[in-house]
Design a protein around this ligand. Sequence first.
Ligand code: GLC
Length: 630
Amino acid sequence: MAAQTTQDFNARLFDLRLERSRDDLFGMVERLYGHRPDYTRFTEELIAALRAAWDARPEHLKWRDMQRDLEPDWFQRPGMNGYVFYIDRFCGTLDKVPEKLDYLEELGITYLHFMPCLKPRPGDNDGGYSVMDYREINPDLGTMADLEAVTRACHDRNISVCIDLVLNHTAKEHEWARKARAGDGRYRDYYFMFPDDMVPKAYESTLVDIFPESAPGNFTFYEDMDRWVWTTFNEHQWDLNWSNPQVFLEMVRVMLFLANRGIDVLRLDAPAFLWKRMGTRCQSEPEVHVLLHALRAASRIAAPAVIHLEEAIVGPGEMIPYLGRGEHSGKEGNLAYHNSLMVQFWSALAARDTALMSHVLGKHFPPVLSNATYATYLRCHDDIGWAVTDADAGAVGISGAGHRAFLSDFYDGTFPGSFARGAPFQVNAQTGDKRISGTCASLAGLEQALNHGNAHEVDTAIDRILMGHALIASWGGIPLLYMGDEIAALNDYSYRDQPEQARDSRWLHRPRMDWAGVAGLGAAPDSPAARVHAGIRRILARRAAVPGFHGKVATEVLDTGRKGLFAFARHAATGPIICVFNFTEDWSGLPASWFAGHGASKCHDLLSDTQVKSRDGGVALPPYARAWMI
Ligand code: GLC
């Protein structure tokens, strides 16, 4: 009898959840697939897939669903602090992750992103983003059972877990691709295959090259099939054809399978590319947002504890829709990378000028987001592309091309007087585009300072690093620390000797975690690693203690009238918090009246938790100062 009741309860709960999101799901998929003769069957299969996933969902995750229904802002809270790592480079294998949780917890971490851990193709696999089986873990890292055990261990400590889901392509070794290659018509429709190069050439005329050096062009010819295949990224990554409803269905099943392993955040990889339209760049087409809205609804029905992080590394104007605009408001990505905040941080740091930063962040980003927030970061596993538009540069009186070239030269260290030590990534000879690799510490000047043996330069580099972290901890959103950045890891040049990595300078900033260094932090509190570690730990702890840093609180860029200073207000209900950052190695300051005018009259800095007014009533801002004033 009791079992019967539980079953009824579960079934009724599913029906309620389906009703709640019915329009979001079917309103969207109908637009994409409604014209197809098999549409009705597709919708039946879709509902069956959702119901099957819900039925299979473990009880403890259904409780998590309930908890998150009651606390839907869980991911917007100031206590959320993220950490991103490659499992092998961080601790070897999945089953070792729990041993590192004390370390992460002490740092203040409540969210972990395990970099690609699903089974990749053998050989070069684009750092794991060339997946051949979405239902298996990379055998070098462990098993699905390990993943489930690790997520439970994380949940026990109130840590949420994020993994990657690559939607745009599969490895050419994936079962679907192998069947397609063998001539199975059903699976050929999962990909884009062309009998000759006429259509590919027509598309190519408006496409951009993502990896112009290592994988030029967007199509690959396979002699055995006598077919051209769409391969936006690398040859071994075959783009999926999302105009085929079967692809949608397959991916919903995969998504919910992973959700049922205990995953809290699905990082949807490279979603901008999901929809192709002749005559366009085939990026961020309107259908992409329709698709992402539908996928979000599917999760919300069958695994409501799960949220989506959308990895759209695009220009400022193009990015916000990934967090849901217009009809998709509150219904698309819950999180998206704040690529512009990252780019503008490095840009202002090199230029010692915040005009472009203030313009871009003030103009393109709304003060509040509905049911969404940013993933803020300074560095990640990828390169930095200078996503600065000509129009934005022009608005502050500089040349877009000139500024982008300056930033590239500055960060690869060739610009005279540069403090940075990075490396170029995928230089595009045609467009002059030059992206940049390098760790946070090396780009911020620590590597050069240590090479020079110059203590003052070391201090300055540490201040740059800490200012950046104070920025991403206060803007709004979950700050994501990239592994090793908290101990000021420097560039790792060893990739140059690895044949599979040598052509991809992103390995420069993917060093192994230096656990010996971590063990030595206490014994050498004055080392750069220990100072950065202590500084970041403090920043995260202070952030967690400030309710006004909740993701729902509006962010407004302020004019300081000083070109080296960047400032914004977080408009908390208890009064504004004025966050100020000095992007130069010179002293600066603002009158106390400026702060008071913006509602911060106490001149109390929440970050250092001290009073900071000077004798003459001004607030002095030392080189690379960061302050959260009330
Ligand atoms: C994303 C990943 C990147 C990868 C690409 C292709 O941008 O972050 O590392 O190369 O997708 O999957």
